[in-house]
Design a protein around this ligand. Structure first.
Ligand SMILES: [Zn+2]
Length: 254
């Protein structure tokens, strides 16, 4: 299985529009971060987790020709706003399977009403096939099982996902013990770490490192990173040896 980091930035991305912050002005490509998403590929399958406003650019950069489904973590715009850009996949493949919590589906129906229209739907509009994700219910993606992991994003329910020895958790602030049980014996854990300062709805660096020490994956990658976290190279040097700051276009093999 290969995991390609399509985006590793927080909601504004890096650089932030108009910002004079040194990280936003950095020439290091690892300091440029699109909105958070990963592409997971194995055999002939390709699945994307989340579909933010940079989705089109991410599909072009990763040279992704086929998406078998989009698995959503939650409804926030940095994770869903790219839904309109699934159309090239629709034209080639037909309906796009989307996997999400019922609440997230209802939210998308409101925000992308034209996608879910049943009467006089515009022929070129995106088309989706809805698959509801429920807590504690594994579901098939391709020939693998995905296990939803329930977390809280400052009070908002969010799903992380485990697939084999890989788990992807973004926008976590708190997680119950029963859910941590689902994360045993991981080869790779991806988890959010916004910045060093605390935040009401995201792990900061210290909380993410504590969580990693608790879960004990072989390796961990930090994502959903703000420019105020600092320069990639400098932050990486401060991390434990099995923890890495993810960066856009990094691909790892499990
Ligand atoms: Zn987010």
């Amino acid at each position: 299985m290969k995991v390609y980091f399509l985006g590793t930035g927080t909601s504004q991305g890096i650089p932030v529009i108009g910002s004079e912050h040194p990280v936003c002005k950095s020439l290091d490509s690892k300091d440029k971060r699109l909105r958070v998403s990963v592409l997971i590929r194995w055999d002939d399958y390709s699945f994307v987790i989340d579909c933010g406003p940079d989705f089109r650019q991410q599909m072009l950069t990763s040279n992704c020709h086929k998406v078998d489904g989009i698995v959503f973590t939650h409804e926030h715009a940095d994770h869903t706003a790219g839904l309109d850009d699934i159309r090239p996949f629709n034209f080639r493949q037909g309906e796009m399977p989307i996997y999400a919590h019922q609440r997230v589906i209802e939210n998308m129906k409101m925000r992308f009403d034209y996608v879910f229209e049943t009467v006089n739907k515009y022929p070129g509009a995106p088309s989706v096939k809805i698959i509801e994700v429920e807590n504690n219910k594994s579901f098939a993606i391709g020939n693998k099982l995905a296990i939803p992991v329930n977390v809280s994003h400052g009070g908002l329910q969010v799903f992380g996902y485990r697939i084999d020895d890989f788990a992807y958790l973004t926008d976590v602030k708190t997680i119950e013990e029963d859910e941590i049980e689902k994360l045993k014996n991981l080869k790779v854990l991806v988890v959010n770490a916004l910045r060093e300062e605390p935040h009401f709805s995201h792990f900061n660096l210290e909380e993410a490192l504590e969580f990693i020490a608790l879960v004990k994956p072989e390796k961990a990658y930090l994502t959903h990173i703000s420019h105020v976290m600092g320069f990639h190279e400098e932050v990486q040097q401060k991390l434990p040896e099995n923890v890495f700051l993810a960066y856009d276009n990094l691909e790892i093999t499990l």
